[in-house]
Design a protein around this ligand. Sequence first.
Ligand code: MV4
Length: 445
Amino acid sequence: MLKRVLIANRGEIALRIIRSCKELGIETVAVYSNADKESLHVAFAGEAICIGPHQAGESYLNIKNIISAAEIADVDGIHPGYGFLAENADFARICEDCGFKFIGPKSEHIELMGNKAKAKETMKNLGVPVVPGSDGVVDNMDDALKIAKDIGFPVIIKASAGGGGKGMRVAHNEMSFLAQFEMAKIESEKSFGSGDVYIEKFIESPRHIEIQVFGDSYGNVVHFYERECSIQRRHQKLIEEAPSPFLTERMRHKMGEISVEAIRKLGYENAGTIEYIVDKAGNFYFMEMNTRIQVEHPVTEMITGVDLVKLQLLVASKKEIPFKQKDIEIRGHAIECRINAEDPETFMPSPGTINAYYTPGGFGVRVDSAAYQEYTVLPYYDSMIAKLIVHGKDRFEAISKMKVALNEFIIDGVKTTIPLHKRIMEHHKFMEGDVSTDFLEKYFK
Ligand code: MV4
């Protein structure tokens, strides 16, 4: 087993990782920026090392300083959490080269999935359905236009180095395609240092449904079913739930099987998420694979009863996944609301000091947060201050619990998205489970 782990992150996910380490008897080492001295991950870890000033680029993204901290603290593993260096293949490789177990997939798999055109090609060859489109990157306009016309408009142009919605352009006809293609290339070059783009049929108002997968170092692979993440704004998820109210048992089974087979053939290790878009007819298409533990992992934990972070630590310790696919069952329904320190109308960040803080509780209510009374939400980092997760016997009960819990949650001193979540919980389209990626634009403008 790993003995001592450095957590290369902050906020709720650092706490989340510290908790699972402690349960397994693993010692914990936190790292923190100058601005995070008063943060809970520093208080709760066995030890804490300052890695730089408040700017993330000089602290939580500073590979040299993090590796130095790992050397000084003499850890045997590094958990990256999500965001920051979690999907940086160079960081994963450097950890391994320096003798620290990177608690995540192999660097080659992080790198592969970071290249969106290559990831798509690979998944297609592994039997995963993909959106019809160009075979990989397209670099000249003549080819691009021909491909777009073959696919049929509307089409979407995507940056191969992008991801999470960054660097995407939609074209509805031949005229706009010429301009959009050029712009996509220029923007991609500017943002990611690579002008590589590829083209796909544009699927209108899709759902975003993702499958949680896991592999160990002995070739065992399992999935933990799906999460429905359609309610989002500008590619930032607001609400996630499991299971999806849209999938039939048959579709659920098929998506799970296809996902697991792909990662088996890849030899993928540790936690991963395969992201699909799903159209109204129920066709699903591979979008991206996330090679990290995700923000929304708790809804999967609630319905399956499995601690996914503990499983990450076990698998990284060269243990086998201690159960089989048939042992993983869905029990009830879970919903997560991401509570951000933002204006609920404009989504402008609202940093500042929380002067009153009371978290909801009760049967089936979970709060993952690093906030506390008198804590100051810093302007330098992500504005998420809490994840409110509920688990009920069915979707109706979960929604009822979420409404009660949202009403109990007290956060004074900063604006939060709680009022928006309350409105969404009351919306008939949400109650019916009739959600898509343009839900917010359509009903909350
Ligand atoms: C698409 C699409 C429609 N058609 N691809 C956005 C994030 C990235 N992972 C893929 N994305 C999309 N790709 C085709 N061919 C629509 C989106 C999309 C989206 C996807 C998932 C969740 C939210 C979204 C919001 C807008 C667009």
